[in-house]
Design a protein around this ligand. Structure first.
Ligand code: DQQ
Length: 592
């Protein structure tokens, strides 16, 4: 073999190794970093530089999956996977917070923590179900003495307490153990259960895999205690690996309200969402749930697998929805991990945020879901600035002035005018939006676009996180194909030159297509910008992308916000509203 071939081979091996460790920026976990897992940080030394202003965070330490969200007696409950002793994954308990408005949160004692043989090695993710007559029941995964994953239940000690401060784990646990056909080390994350009036049974799903086939097992029960596996899994898919945190719920066709998980009526579709352990991103399908056969069949309008639709095309994982019967809406919670290293997390004393809860509806096309930040978030809006009818020629950018852009909500509607100059869409990119974003970044001149927002930027663009659209045209139909990107590559000067692990920084570009026809030329973009989080909603929530970024200079009062256009076709900002966002009064002070 020639020397150059050997060099290429070595390079390939290095790349393979990098990409297999680098699972979408989410630190590999369930692997305990022993020397760091109990390295506690005192509150005085927690680093505030990149902490968020209005996102859900405990005052310090590691968080991951949102667990068991629900509303009970008018109080919202959020549990989450939490390490009370350090800023990396480990020592996991179900931390518990309560809120009256989904904005201000009060921390309570952890609700569930390892203490019995059936969860002594871990209290992992799960869901809550409001069982009429019984009150809320939590189903969660316990890791046993011999490291098997089993499903347990927990109930409140006092149903008259709307805060549900104390939880009991009855001794008749577990409710479900893996049988001989199931994989006891890949068997977890029970869903909210739903009730089938016709046969008087509750049902719930548990995520799993068999070799590389992703599986959602279904169990049914009359009394919520004795659970029996149904004949076949509700759904499986080859080559998708372990299905973590499945979520299964109905959505209404036509109505702008959410549905209870047990709803069984006409004009609905079902959604099955799974979190893919292999890549650390999620996908969902829309389909039909046959309640007699207990089988789910995707519609087939989008792929059932790696290229499937995503709730969020960015840093978003282990998500879970719940039905909020106080406002008739379904709300989605998702977790965004850090993109920096475990060493950095330990140094800063915290890791992970829960993203702003989003309402979930079926799009009028029936082919996808749409997401929108819950209306309550608007109560945090402070000073407002606007921009109207601002034409942006190629290469121009305009600053949004008069606010502090490190912590804002910005909502802009662009008009692209004519599509005549749009680049022709190459069909080979149809399943590869990310490749397209990497190839054609925010600075690569196009026909229609790239245009959008430049967030968390220094005035000279040494650091910036662009969120933008690029409009292509289908060569035969002339229909637009819209790409949306959120690009962390230029977000920070950090990690560019460093070689040791504290300096390394994952700075990905994230991408998705946006299904719009642009008949009126308009496309909207809303971004919730919060120091190290940029959550962006394209075309009123048809495509959502979250990025985590760590600017060194574009911080605090030195962060800037621009609208820009690098396409030869001028675009117009028809309207732009930006609001400073206030901090909630209460954000989990005193979390243990
Ligand atoms: N996190 C939990 C598991 C789940 C994973 C453990 C998903 O139950 O599968 O912290 O992030």
């Amino acid at each position: 073999m020639s020397a150059s071939k050997i060099v290429s081979l070595l390079l390939l091996l290095v790349l393979i190794n990098i990409s297999s460790n680098d699972i979408n920026g989410v630190n590999a976990f369930h692997k305990v970093i022993k020397k760091m897992q109990s390295k506690s940080t005192s509150l005085e030394v927690v680093s505030h530089l990149h902490r968020t202003g209005f996102h859900f965070q405990p005052p310090r330490h590691w968080i991951n999956d949102p667990n068991g969200p629900m509303v009970y007696k008018g109080i919202y409950h959020l549990f989450y996977q939490y390490n009370p002793k350090g800023a990396v994954w480990g020592n996991i308990v179900w931390a518990h917070s309560v809120s009256k408005d989904l904005i201000n949160w009060e921390a309570l004692e952890p609700a569930i923590y390892p203490s019995k043989w059936f969860d002594i090695n871990g209290t992992w993710s799960g869901s809550a179900t409001n069982v009429p007559g019984k009150g809320p029941v939590i189903l969660y995964t316990g890791i046993t003495e011999n490291h098997t994953q089993i499903q347990n239940y927990a109930i409140p000690q006092d149903l008259s307490d709307p805060y549900l401060k104390k939880w009991i784990k009855p001794d008749d646990n577990p409710i479900v153990r893996p049988d001989h056909g199931e994989n006891g080390s890949a068997f977890r994350d029970p869903t909210t259960a739903w009730f089938n009036k016709k046969d008087g049974h509750w049902r719930m799903l548990v995520g799993s895999k068999n070799k590389r086939r992703g599986i959602a097992y279904m169990y049914k029960s009359r009394d919520f205690k004795k659970w029996v596996k149904t004949k076949r899994p509700v759904h499986t898919r080859k080559a998708t690996g372990m299905w973590e945190c499945p979520d299964f719920f109905p959505v209404s066709i036509g109505k702008k309200t959410g549905l209870d998980t047990s709803y069984d009526g006409p004009n609905t579709k079902h959604v099955l969402k799974v979190s893919l352990d292999l890549t650390r991103y999620e996908y969902y399908t829309l389909g039909t749930y046959d309640t007699k056969k207990d089988r789910y069949k995707p519609d087939g309008t989008t792929p059932d697998g790696w290229d499937g639709l995503r709730l969020d095309y960015g840093n978003f994982y282990a998500s879970k929805t719940f039905f909020d019967d106080t406002k008739n809406r379904r709300i989605l919670w998702g977790w965004a991990n850090e993109s920096d290293s475990a060493v950095e997390d330990t140094l800063k004393g915290w890791a992970g945020v829960q993203l702003i809860p989003r309402t979930v509806l079926l799009d009028s096309s029936g082919k996808q879901l749409v997401f929108w930040p819950i209306e309550e978030i608007e109560s945090l809006r402070g000073k407002n600035v606007q921009m109207n009818n601002q034409k942006i020629e190629m290469g121009q950018r305009f600053e949004v002035q008069g606010i502090t852009p490190a912590q804002v909500d910005v909502d802009v509607t662009f008009n692209v005018g004519s599509l005549d100059k749009a680049e022709t869409f190459d069909a080979s990119f149809a399943t590869k939006p990310l490749d397209l974003c990497n190839l054609k970044g925010s600075n690569v001149t196009g026909g229609v676009g790239p245009f959008g927002l430049i967030t968390l930027a220094t005035s000279d663009l040494q650091e910036y996180t662009p969120v933008f659209f690029r409009v292509f045209k289908d060569g035969t139909t002339n229909k637009p194909k819209v790409l949306m990107c959120s690009d962390a590559k230029p977000s920070t000067l950090k990690g560019d030159t460093g070689t040791d692990s504290t300096e390394k920084m994952y700075k990905p570009s994230f991408a998705g297509f946006v299904d719009v026809d642009l008949a009126d030329g308009k496309i909207s973009l809303r971004s919730l910008i919060d120091h190290s989080v940029v959550e962006s909603f394209g075309a009123k929530g048809k495509t959502v992308i979250t990025s985590r970024v760590y600017p060194t200079k574009a911080v605090g009062d030195n962060a800037h916000l621009f609208v820009f256009n690098n396409g030869s076709q001028p675009v117009t900002v028809e309207s732009l509203n930006a609001w400073n966002m206030q901090k909630p009064e209460k954000m989990n002070q005193g979390a243990k």
